[in-house]
Design a protein around this ligand. Sequence first.
Ligand code: ZN
Length: 300
Amino acid sequence: MRVRASPTLTSAILARRRPARDRLRVTRTAEPRLKILLVSDLHYALKQFDWVVANAPSFDVVVLAGDHVDIAGQLSGSVQVTVILKYLRRLAPLTRVVVSSGNHDLDTRDGAGEKVAAWMNRVRQLGIAADGDTIEANGALITICPWWDGPVVREAVSALLQRDAAKRAGKQWIWVYHAPPADSPTSWTGREHFGDADLSAWIETHAPDLVLTGHIHEAPFKRDGSWADRIGASWVFNSGRQIGPTPTHIAIDTQVREAAWFSLAGAELARLDLPLTRPLQSLEIAPAWLSSPALGPSLA
Ligand SMILES: [Zn+2]
């Protein structure tokens, strides 16, 4: 059941009330609409994979930003990968799915001796965009970065971003990258920042619109940590991790220009067109643009 107010409809109503010159302006400034669901670090929590499958149809793009496998789990990595691929096979026909690797997903060494998630090639065979791929969705460019474990893959990530910078051409540019940047509340463990300094430098160089991460499970729940950060013009999000059947998740509407984070500890909203001020706004009810009533268990 869709309960959201349609911004397209709202724009049309506003446009009817405005003189012709304003109407032109409204049309030109509207961003293409892209509704994104970000989850990360499911770590073989199968009920959380079930939740993603159930909610995927409400979004244009569903991002799983790494650490699908739990290397501390009782099952071997290869058995976990087999089950995860079954879930991804169910997800693929429901919406655009984007999958990046995390440090738990590395199953082999490449020719340079660096650990990589070779099974991302099997993900790609399902028609799902994975490590090293770039897709366009509703006018936005999405670049999917692999976890890097050494200088060769790191250079490949640098080249991927450099290449896609040339394709940007005014489009919104979204990165999927397992680790959050260094010295950011999104990489705060409660004791230290544990982020990726190379990512920080790439953000500074390229200024993407959105960077979708995970990796530091505790960051959104810790004092001085957060699920959201702004570095220059770039918004950075880390969905975090929690126990139970519902993963922590972030929903983003690129046209309404809002991002909302949902967890057992509560929900918060960031307005992408405003400067970031903390504390972020607490959400008592789900934003109108969210069409799935299943989202945000604490708000249900
Ligand atoms: Zn993790």
